[in-house]
Design a protein. Structure first.
Length: 506
């Protein structure tokens, strides 16, 4: 970013958790690395009443507590750039106050008209705040750029997403909108692009001729914690699949862009979204699985079931586990199944993409284990970020016994490199106006269209089972049957990239 590209960064929902845990620590990390413009101010906006000083103090402790960078020596200098304004989100008149405050800040700090508005508020306000900002002219780019960053979820279903889209596009232009999907900000998700498009060895194999199926897992060991209220309106499908995991699938499947220009990359991603084969209502039962965690005992500790969590209806049918099988109907992927699974209260926290290559056409070494998925490329998104290749080798000794061995790269080997957090990367990109790693309206709408039949069936059809699974297990056992080939199951990953199976450190 140009150091002279001065601007005001306005965060709505400034008294909330995200601001404290992620946004302000990420902004501080940028400041320490000298990546903020010379003239910069951060304006926190919320309903709560704070003085500038009280807000600064609370951000000061947040930066130390949710450390993004190992250097506390600039905190005092940084917090001087922080200000606070209380408003009532639904009250149009307070936006005039906000405008006056912004104008004053611009004047006092000699900052031009460039402004980022970050909506870190409940989603019900995503339509209202931008509309009010526009009423007082804060969307106008006459005196400098204006950008609007929106957290997920973008809508609750297809219908509400379309309504929100129309509301936003009434006053804002598409290029002003930055929809955050923090998975796209993860270094290892971006590395998927580099792995694919900077290595000649993968490209020839990256298609239906050599790939048997693709598996994407995002497991979490935590439950819904204090977010039961939100989760009840969401569930695993909306919370993780509709956004993060379909984006990961699209990057895994996309064609090479013609350049690294945002529009070129986003066009290729969009084409994948448009090629998802619609899941027919009759197929929902066979191609999707939903589950909900039950109380269990893990390491002598009793873990509450989902229905016992705070803010959750004791009869809730919200899924905390979702698995789907789907196809991408294009030349590269015709006939290759993609599997996505995600869940809370699974044995460990891990996100990875596994490319399962087809077996050799003939099992020459029949004395070894006949393996239909010996060759796997595992791209680990977190933790123990890295890449693992699994392939068959001769077991030393008589005969031709074959065993599967590993070849692995761990990001931790690049110890001199600090990996920036997803928010740090995305906030920086939003300041530069680089929208590559933000979801475009059409992608979001396509994702809702694709999942609509599943959402509707799960809601309406009483006969799509909701399986219970004990907290700390890999979800409903029946999920193994989703992978049709009898020889195959999901990969059961461990914390360490190179391990798998049931006996490993979780
Ligand atoms: C969020 C979901 O978008 O992503 C959470 O709302 C989930 O429920 C989180 O825990 C997972 O993110 P990460 O980066 O920890 O994998």
């Amino acid at each position: 970013m140009n150091k002279n590209d001065s601007h005001i960064y306005v965060i709505f929902g400034a008294s909330g958790d995200l601001t404290k845990r992620k946004l302000v620590p990420a902004l501080y990390a940028l400041f320490v690395q000298d990546l903020l413009p010379e003239k910069f101010a951060l304006l926190g906006v919320s309903r709560s009443e704070f003085t500038d000083d009280a807000f600064r103090t609370s951000m000061e402790s947040a930066i130390s507590e949710f450390k993004e960078i190992d250097d506390n020596s600039h905190i005092q200098e940084f917090v001087k750039k922080i200000y606070y304004q209380s408003i009532q989100f639904n009250d149009a008149s307070t936006y005039l106050l906000l405008k006056q405050r912004i104008d004053k800040l611009r004047k006092d700090e000699k900052i031009g008209g460039n402004t980022v508005f970050y909506l870190s508020t409940p989603p019900s306000l995503y339509g209202i705040i931008p509309q009010h900002l526009a009423y007082v002219g804060l969307n106008s780019q006459d005196d400098g750029w204006k950008r609007l960053i929106i957290e997920k979820p973008f809508g609750y279903d297809l219908e509400s997403a379309l309504i929100l889209k129309d509301q936003l596009l009434k006053d804002w232009q598409e290029e002003q909108l930055f929809r955050i999907d923090h998975y796209l900000g993860k270094e290892t998700v971006q590395n998927l692009l580099v792995t694919r498009f900077s290595n000649g060895i993968f490209e020839p194999l990256w298609n239906r001729n050599y790939i048997h199926h693709v598996e994407i897992t995002s497991a979490e060991s935590i439950g819904v914690e204090k977010r039961g209220g939100y989760y009840e309106t969401s569930g695993a499908l909306r919370d993780m699949v509709q956004n993060h995991l379909l984006q990961v699938a699209a990057i895994t499947a996309m064609e090479s862009p013609s350049s690294l220009e945002p529009v070129a990359i986003r066009n290729e991603i969009l084409k994948v979204f448009q090629s998802f084969r619609p899941i027919k209502k009759v197929d929902v039962k066979t191609n999707t699985i939903r589950g909900q965690y039950l109380s269990s005992t893990i390491k002598d500790e009793t873990i509450a079931g989902y229905r016992q969590e705070e803010g959750v209806n004791p009869k809730s049918i919200t899924e905390t586990y979702a698995a789907i099988k789907f196809y991408i109907d294009n030349w590269r992927w015709g006939g290759v199944p993609f599997y996505i699974r995600t869940g809370k209260r699974l044995p460990t926290r891990v996100t990875e993409v596994v490319i399962h290559f087809k077996p050799t056409p003939h099992f020459l070494f029949a004395s070894g284990p006949v393996c239909s998925s010996c060759n796997q490329l595992v791209i680990r998104i977190q933790p123990d970020e890295g890449v693992l290749m699994k392939f068959g080798m001769k077991t030393p000794g008589a005969g031709f016994e074959v065993q599967t061995v590993n070849m692995d790269f761990h990001y931790s080997d690049l110890t001199h490199q600090r990996i920036p957090s997803a928010y740090e990367r995305l906030i920086y990109d939003s300041m530069k106006g680089d929208s590559t790693l933000f979801a475009r309206t059409e992608e979001v709408i396509e994702a809702w269209k694709f999942l609509s039949p599943v959402i509707n069936c799960w809601k309406d059809e009483k006969d799509v089972p909701l399986y219970g699974y004990p907290a700390g297990t890999w979800g409903p056992e029946t999920a193994d049957d989703l992978i049709e080939d009898k020889e195959m199951t999901w990969r059961y990953p461990c914390k360490n990239l190179s391990d798998d199976g049931i006996y490993c450190e979780l």
